[in-house]
Design a protein around this ligand. Structure first.
Ligand code: ME8
Length: 507
């Protein structure tokens, strides 16, 4: 339990604006990191940008500026987007930073010295006007998939990593570590891929063709293939070759969150690279599904990219985070639609959660002089049940989060929110007050408010801003050690409640 939790997102290409897909993985990592912090686990959450390679060079060229100037501009868009989405990452890595290029260079030299990298020749389909290689399966009717012009077969000297040597090792590692690649469908996909002979990995590009990359230390007229460079970010940021103690604590615990589009690079290239370097494997590589619109993957290239910040402006950051976590079953694809966000927003956040707070604060003001009452009367069975269900929810939520069943965690939390609403209907404190049963009314209001405080603490990783607002209304403050808040009895009788505008106003 006191092992650190180290979670990573893919580092995103800076050829593109941040879009919904990027936002999703980053929010997912943020939510997992916040749950880990809530239960008192030391946490390290890493995200960043992938700044080398052909795509970025092309994007910069199209704008007539240098790739570094382009990256410097684009990185701000990512960083601003993450700030707007309440992402609390502990580090942000850029592959053009010297801390990273140093590590990549050292690893390359080391692998070269050990004979893990060799010079060879690469044959592929080359588009002369585009100055770009394509593989057989990229071609469209035998022509360049980009410009449609004919391609020619070209041979080029390059450098290769002896990936094929590790095929058998990798198969047995995956077989022996059932939690290494998750979910199981993706694990099977990788094992299926490994049924074909694995080839060596071309890890260089001649600088004459692609200059935007890290030069190979043993062949400076070549730059490093962008994936070989990018994957290493995960060890750079953990302190590899700079802070060995920290690295050894963090590295074996790492969970890589990725989309299913980049499974093979993470589950085949990366483990074999680590093995050749002599480093242990990540604990988990988890590939989630895609957000799709009418069956098509969302992304800029399809022209259907939803700009996350546009929707955030309408529904607010926290509701947007809630929707993304609530509507994707991790591992499967999920449908994105604004109608679905609106439905969740109004039914679950505005009605169930927002109204509950509103009613509780109102009644506390009317019947208890605006102060959290002391639970004087002995709780009856329904009241005790509410407490028991809320307390059980704490352990269940962390278990579901650990199983990466975030949607189920949210469903269960919202069920308890629903139970608090029903509890108020059933006990009807307004009637109790009329009948002069004020001690009983005070107990009901205390129990309902305390149950709401605890459930909202469990929602905090998903709704960081709204829950803070909610606690301000309930007269409660998050303790310095978050886990201290996870016990029944946190609300102090006498604390002053505050009214305010609706937590989730109707749109
Ligand atoms: O692949 N649904 O960067 P990238 C869900 N630089 N997630 C999606 C998505 C969608 N429709 N579209 C994209 C790269 N994503 C490399 C990674 S890591 C060492 C290098 C998310 O900018 C998902 O996490 O193309 C996917 O893996 C990532 O964006 C790809 O981002």
């Amino acid at each position: 339990m006191n092992d650190p939790f180290y979670v990573t997102t893919p580092i995103y290409y800076v050829n593109d604006e941040p879009h919904l897909g990027h936002a999703y993985t980053t929010i997912l990592a943020d939510v997992l990191a916040r749950y880990a912090r809530l239960r008192g686990q030391p946490t390290f959450f890493l995200t960043g940008t992938d700044e080398h390679g052909q795509k970025v060079q092309d994007a910069a060229q199209a704008r007539g500026i240098s790739p570094q100037a382009h990256a410097n501009e684009m990185v701000l868009r990512f960083q601003n987007a993450w700030e707007n989405l309440h992402i609390a990452n502990d580090d942000f890595i850029r592959t053009t930073q010297s801390r990273h290029t140093r590590v990549v260079t050292t690893i390359l030299q080391d692998l070269w010295d050990k004979g893990e990298i060799y010079q060879g020749s690469y044959t592929g389909w080359y588009c002369v006007p585009d100055e770009r290689f394509w593989t057989e399966k990229d071609l469209v009717d035998g022509n360049c998939p980009d410009c449609g012009r004919p391609v020619e077969q070209l041979e080029e000297t390059n450098y290769f990593f002896r990936m094929s040597a590790y095929q058998e090792w990798l198969i047995s590692y995956i077989t022996q570590h059932p939690d290494f690649i998750r979910p199981e469908t993706r694990r099977n996909e990788v094992l299926g891929f490994l049924r074909q002979p694995l080839s060596d990995l071309c890890i260089s590009r001649p600088a004459s063709r692609l200059s935007w990359g890290i030069p190979l230390p043993f062949a400076p007229d070549y730059v490093t293939y962008v994936w070989f460079d990018a994957l290493i970010n995960y060890v750079t940021a953990a302190g590899y070759l700079s802070d060995q103690d920290r690295f050894e604590r963090l590295w074996p615990q790492v969970m890589h969150l990725i989309g299913k589009d980049i499974l093979i690079t993470h589950a085949v290239y990366w483990p074999t690279m680590l093995h050749a370097i002599g480093l242990p494997q990540p604990k988990t590589i988890f590939a989630h599904g895609w957000w799709v619109v009418e069956g098509t993957k969302m992304g800029k290239s399809l022209g259907n990219a939803v700009r996350p910040l546009d929707l955030v402006e309408i529904y607010g950051t926290d509701a947007f985070r809630y929707f993304l976590m609530r509507d994707m079953t991790l591992g499967r694809d999920a449908d994105f639609s604004e109608a679905a966000i609106s439905q969740r927003y109004h039914a679950e956040l505005a009605n169930d959660l927002g109204n509950l707070l509103h009613r509780l604060v109102n009644m506390t003001q009317r019947y208890c002089e605006g102060q959290i009452p002391a639970p004087e009367a002995l709780p009856d069975a329904t009241t005790s049940d509410l407490r028991t269900h809320t307390e059980i929810l704490i352990g269940e939520t962390f278990a579901r989060v650990e199983a990466l069943a975030l949607n189920e965690a949210l469903i269960a939390i919202m069920e308890v929110v629903g139970e608090i609403n029903k509890y108020l209907e059933h006990t009807a404190p307004w009637k109790l007050v009329k009948q002069g049963e004020t001690a009983r009314a005070a107990t009901v209001l205390y129990y309902a408010a305390e149950a709401l405080r605890l459930t909202s603490l469990l929602l905090h990783p998903v709704l960081p801003e709204k829950t803070a607002e909610l606690w301000e209304r309930l007269g409660w403050q998050l303790p310095a050690r978050l886990a201290d808040g996870l016990h029944w009895g946190g609300l102090q009788p006498g604390a002053k409640v505050n009214s305010g505008s609706p937590l989730f106003p109707r749109i």
